[in-house]
Design a protein around this ligand. Structure first.
Ligand SMILES: N[C@@H](CCC[C@H](N)C(=O)O)C(=O)O
Length: 275
């Protein structure tokens, strides 16, 4: 039996096993499905470090509990940047994701990552239709669709704690208007910012935190005039507190804490059933 070393991190309780991509894992989907089930984490981050660059670069690939690969992950990116800093001692990191290259700054446990420009265009989300989805009612919720690296269906509610996320989100997550599916993010405006809960595609359940979801909340709030277009907004999922900064040009950054939890080893190959 061969094993692969991993390190567990979390960003506001969004949990990840980080695997150095220098370790060859022949079937990443099967590996991630097994590791996520065994460890109860929200995904495996395969990180390919290229420390010959200044600042160092790292190709980040998130494989989720269902074996799918996500183009971007806000909290995963913050954990990945911290891992690169721990490997190299450099506080600036360039993360190459399938959604684009994202600069990140690491200051101890606090990590800030550039999140690009939230995109409401139907082709970008993607969402079926000629115009942006903004207020369309799906399963009883007024949904605004935005891509913040991955697709989010955002809805503002009176009381986010009262939402039956596991019951109400799946019909939206798999709605025919979303050809690639969508993460479903519920947000409540409060006096200090926004409380957030997200049902994640790929996890197929609610997670304790979702960074792309926090950016989606801030971007939709700005689009609806709830906050200025250059605001820094506190968004609080159940697992902690995130800060999203918006710029008039549309670029967003995501900031918040990360934690390195422990090292471990996982079986590399899928288990073969005994005859
Ligand atoms: N937890 C992530 C989002 C991960 C991707 C998502 N589940 C998808 O498949 O779109 C975050 O922090 O952004």
């Amino acid at each position: 039996m061969t094993t692969t070393p991993y390190t567990l991190y979390h960003g506001t309780s969004n949990d990840f096993a980080v695997v150095d991509a220098a370790n060859h894992v022949p079937d990443r989907a099967a590996f991630a499905q097994r590791v996520c089930a065994d460890l109860g984490v929200d995904g495996v981050l395969f990180l390919a470090l290229q420390d010959e660059y200044e600042p160092p670069r790292c190709v980040m690939t998130l494989v989720q509990p269902d074996g799918s690969t996500a183009a971007m992950c806000g909290n995963g990116a913050r954990c990945a940047a911290r891992w690169v800093t721990e490997q190299t001692g450099e506080s600036e990191v360039m993360l190459d994701t399938q959604a684009g290259t994202r600069r990140s700054t690491v200051d101890g446990a606090h990590v800030v990552v550039e999140m690009g420009v939230p995109d409401f265009a139907p082709d970008a989300v993607p969402v079926r239709g000629d115009a942006p989805m903004d207020g369309d009612v799906l399963n009883g919720y007024a949904i605004t669709a935005v891509n913040t690296g991955v697709p989010h269906a955002v809805t503002f509610v009176e009381d986010v704690d009262a939402v039956d996320v596991e019951g109400d989100a799946p019909p939206v997550r798999s709605h025919e208007r979303f050809p690639a599916g969508a993460n479903v993010t519920f947000a409540e405006e409060t006096e200090w910012g926004f409380a957030q809960r997200t049902f994640e595609r790929g996890v197929e359940g609610e997670t304790q935190s979702c960074g792309t979801g926090a950016v989606a909340v801030a971007a939709v709030a700005a689009r609806h005039g709830r906050v200025p277009g250059d605001a820094t907004v506190t968004v609080a999922p159940p697992g902690g507190e995130l800060e999203v900064s918006l710029t008039p040009g549309g670029r967003a950054t995501l900031a918040g804490p990360t934690e390195r939890v422990r090292d471990g080893e996982a079986e590399t190959e899928p288990r073969v059933p005994k005859r």
